[in-house]
Design a binder for this molecule. Sequence first.
Ligand code: AMP
Ligand code: ZN
Length: 464
Amino acid sequence: MNIYNSLTRKIEKFTPNEEKTVRMYTCGPTVYHYAHIGNLRTYIFEDILEKGLEYLGYDVLRVMNVTDVGHLENDSDDGEDKMQKSAEREKKSAYEIADFYEREFFTDCAKLNIRKPSVVERATKHIDTYIEMIQRLLQTGYAYESNGNIYFDVTKSNNYYQLSGKNPDELYVGVRETVEEDKSKRNPGDFGLWFTVSKFANQEMKWDSPWGVGYPGWHIECSGISYKYLGEYLDIHCGGVDNIFPHHTNEIAQSEAFLGHKWCNYWVHGEHLNDSTGKMSKSKGDFLTVNLLEEKGYNPLAYRYFCLNSHYRNQLVFSYDALEGAQNAYNKLRQKIKQLDRTPDLHESKIDYYKDKFKEAISNDLNTSSMITVVYDVIKDEELTDFTKLYLIEDFDKVLSLGLIEEEKSINEDTETMILKKIEERNIAKKNKDYETADKIREELFDKGIRLIDGRDKTTYEII
Ligand code: AMP
Ligand code: ZN
């Protein structure tokens, strides 16, 4: 496979550290609000990259964090924690906010056929790992304590500017203009690893540490979770382009300082989805969500189709007209597939030819629109039997995940009995105030594609 590497700014041949296994890390959502469809464009791209690699024969071990602490409202170390701010807005605890929006996020993902990564870990579950890393960074002189906080000294890092390709003056100009300089830092670019002193006193999520009660900075979680679950060498790290600086730049600096060697070989970034006014944001209040698209009558998979028709490295402008066009094309495609004759009659002669074409499109820097073109080519090919066409489309849809071969979402009697039994067990657990068991049952069902809906009198469910 050839893929664009942001680190070298070149399309490179992809060679993982181990022959068959790919270790992949993707930055997860900050669960302080719903994800907007821009965020979800990035997760669609990562999903298809993972599935594309699998199609090419790799086993992908993919890890994702869920940011439930420490993501400040702007990229400097100033401002309030986004989780804390939402907790205050919604009059809930930060943990309740995280639980709710994490569930909503994975519901959106399920609607978009985005598979849950093999490992998903909350930032707040790995405080020990961050403390261990920070201790080593202090011992080796990469980090320093100042006024109660621990900072990473960016001047100690050899390749600090490699990923962004920018010089310090370009990078810090915005920071200097908008944010009061933090006098505790040695250099303006230094970033927080652990805070015990912050400008806001009401931070709810706090932990004990060798430096006092406090909370981690918002970059260390990805280095920590990746180290814990994927080890010292990473093949691919993904995120949206906005993550290049400061987040990924800082991840590289602290991980490589901690490990003492190069950490990740390929950095792959998805371009943004913008609306007609420019950058999409969830802090602005009014933003586009999967729920909103559904309310307006759009199929979430038509949005996935819309995204896959453009390359992940190109900016994409969202408009309802464009989505309407994508939905029409998507519906027509599904209609054509529905009309194919399902009588078993498989002709092998051109199967490899089309599979190779599909692999070529994946290998060409994840060219998703070419992948879709192969589907259309198969449908048009008069030499193929309908059954062979269906066979190939089903195979390609393992990667595209556009629901091209329709299956009714239905459950059998046994499954229904199992769900009702689990709901009953959960009701008993809740009655006994055993919320841990209740949550566990909810997660267990969710992972099976069953979402519980707690009504005033009873709990119902939906298949996602
Ligand atoms: P967040 O939940 O804010 O941490 O962002 C989750 C992911 O969405 C990150 O990988 C971001 O890089 C990405 N992202 C943020 N805004 C956009 C956008 N407008 N289009 C595509 N991806 C985005
Ligand atoms: Zn990250």
